[in-house]
Design a binder for this molecule. Structure first.
Ligand code: GUN
Length: 297
């Protein structure tokens, strides 16, 4: 059996098209242009690439992009003052502070100073609590993208065994909440899990989010299971140069799985598409308008 490849790049393009249609309607019918503010501290090259890509796609779907690039040494006081300004700005519907922050800053304090209604990352403690209790919230972009792909592939996820490998606040924990919300039986596995291969073998759905290159081999995968690979790891090629790989060993997993997301071209493109979707959702909520269907959890 050869797994169906879930094309996240193509799916992300359809999500962005839907977002763009909603943006057009918001502008033409309501005279509102959704706006996303991205705050970046310092010069980390990977973060700069992400932020540039976010800004470009924000503009491509017709929204306003506000980029705030600050010095790595920016004080907490100055950063909090900027966030307060963005919280009060009617033209800003979404705020994203690029992580990781420089070590002298308290990330929790900074994230929790964002207006929860504008927290398009879904990292604010209020949104975490709302998601955990099944209430309407802003949902973290990467898990939301994974959920959209799973729903698209399977229809209903009800009753499926889902194993999330990785317990981060950004992916593992919210992913588990979303799968639970869709009536999966959910296990969160991590570095201390006993007999991880046996746990993963129970899964109809495996979400790999550990950040360790190719750590999940095909012989851990139940035949026909769906593998969602959140990992983006750069490794050296034997012949020189580097390439991107996921947390699953793609070739051996694809030989056993029923469906799998590739790296690159799987979960990655869905994350930014969901950021744009969250910004439109936040804009609709802020203006008391019906929110887009199919773009939220
Ligand atoms: N850094 C890496 N991924 C993310 C993300 O999803 N949101 C933010 N704010 N920072 C990140």
């Amino acid at each position: 059996m050869k797994a169906t490849v879930i094309d996240g790049k193509a799916f992300a393009a359809t999500v962005r098209t839907k977002v763009a249609e909603h943006v057009t309607r918001l502008k033409e019918v309501h005279g509102i242009t959704p706006g996303l503010a991205v705050v970046l501290l310092g010069e980390d090259p990977a973060s700069q690439v992400y932020v540039r890509s976010k800004g470009k796609m924000t503009v491509e779907v017709g929204m306003n992009s506000f980029e705030h690039k600050l010095d790595a040494q920016t004080s907490e006081e100055d950063l909090l003052a900027l966030i307060a300004k963005l919280n009060a700005d009617q033209d800003v519907h979404g705020i994203l502070v690029q992580l990781p922050l420089p070590g002298h800053l308290d990330s929790d304090l900074v994230i929790n100073s964002i207006d929860p209604a504008k927290d398009v990352d879904g990292f604010h403690i209020s949104n975490v609590g709302l998601l955990g209790t099944g209430q309407k919230s802003m949902v973290p972009c990467t898990p939301l993208g994974c959920l959209m792909m799973l729903r698209d592939h399977h229809g209903s996820l009800s009753g499926m065994n889902a194993v999330v490998v990785g317990r981060s606040n950004i992916v593992g924990k919210p992913m588990a909440q979303l799968l639970l919300g869709d009536s999966c039986t959910v296990t969160i596995a991590h570095s201390r899990t006993k007999d991880l291969p046996a746990v993963v073998r129970q899964a109809d759905i495996v979400v790999a989010a550990v950040g360790r290159p190719q750590m999940i081999p095909g012989d851990w995968i139940k035949p026909g299971a769906t593998v969602i690979d959140v990992g983006i790891n750069r490794i050296d090629k034997p012949e020189g140069g580097t390439r991107l790989v996921g947390d699953a060993d793609y070739d051996s997993c694809a030989a056993v799985a029923g469906a799998i997301t590739p790296v690159p071209g799987g979960v990655g493109p869905m994350t930014i598409a969901c950021l744009l979707a969250n910004t439109v959702t936040a804009c609709c909520r802020a203006n008391g308008l019906k929110e887009p269907e199919g773009l939220t959890a």
